[in-house]
Design a protein around this ligand. Structure first.
Ligand SMILES: [Zn+2]
Ligand SMILES: [Zn+2]
Length: 250
């Protein structure tokens, strides 16, 4: 009976998809395929492309000799191995994030993950496990879904890699980190994120890919990475849909 219900539900979903024409992820205009943007919205996306810092993925204004890191990574080596993002957080990139996160547009996950795969191909290829940045259960209850978990699942399907949704746990909600300096951000997040004890053995010695919608200061991913390193992971890469590119906070 359960199976039958699942079958009818997936058939219903398929029938609905077949009936409804694919729409632009931003404005709803009709497009050729699902997960695409129309010709008007496409130019509003600022794709992050080479040349970029091989560590943090910040775009360079001009080509640099191979392997040269940006000044910020040289001054303070990040906790992650590599970070990459598909889009700069601004204009269309910001609109996409807000639509996905705040407007119940969970159907965008596959299209957005497609953009992330283009930006993070080598990271995906070299990872053992994909993990989303966790949301506090209280916030999850209010928002009904964790946007990072949806992106992680969609990326796992695209790259045929395992996804562990419950490896990282947020023990308390974190206040907005905007306006805080580096030390204050670190204090606000101290002890907020842990590895679920039952998942420690699955993580030991693994290369993991941490997935989120926005990379801002790196404070949240650092909190996750500290917890993962304590659990014995071998390496952590970070892949986000968008990244704030502001030299003053790097
Ligand atoms: Zn559009
Ligand atoms: Zn860098």
């Amino acid at each position: 009976m359960v199976e039958f219900r699942q079958m009818t539900r997936s058939f219903g979903r398929w029938a609905l998809d077949a009936l409804l024409p694919p729409r632009c992820m931003l404005c709803g205009e009709m497009v050729d395929e699902p997960g695409r943007l129309c010709a008007t919205c496409w130019p509003s996306l600022d794709f992050i492309a080479e040349p970029l810092c091989p560590c943090c993925g910040t775009p360079f204004a001009m080509p640099m000799p191979g392997g040269l890191l940006c000044a910020a990574c040289l001054a303070r080596p990040p906790h992650y191995r590599r970070a990459r993002a598909a889009l700069i957080y601004g204009r269309g990139g910001r609109d996409l994030v807000l639509r996905f996160k705040r407007a119940d547009r969970t159907d965008l996950a596959a299209g957005l993950a497609g953009l992330m795969r283009q930006a993070g191909g080598p990271l995906l290829a070299e990872t053992d496990l994909i993990l989303p940045v966790p949301l506090h259960p209280g916030r999850l209850w209010r928002r009904r879904y964790n946007q990072s978990a949806l992106l992680a699942q969609a990326l796992g399907r695209l790259a045929a890699k395992p996804v562990l949704l419950d490896a990282l746990v947020r023990l308390r909600p974190t206040p907005s980190l905007g306006g805080l300096n580096r030390q204050e951000r670190k204090r606000a997040l101290a002890g907020a994120i842990r590895v679920a004890p039952r998942r420690r053995s699955a993580l030991a010695g693994k290369a993991v890919l941490l997935v989120d919608d926005v990379f801002t200061t790196g404070a949240t991913s650092n909190a996750c990475i500290r917890a993962l390193q304590a659990a014995g992971v071998a390496a952590v890469d970070v892949l986000t849909l968008t990244r704030v590119v502001r030299p003053d906070i790097v």
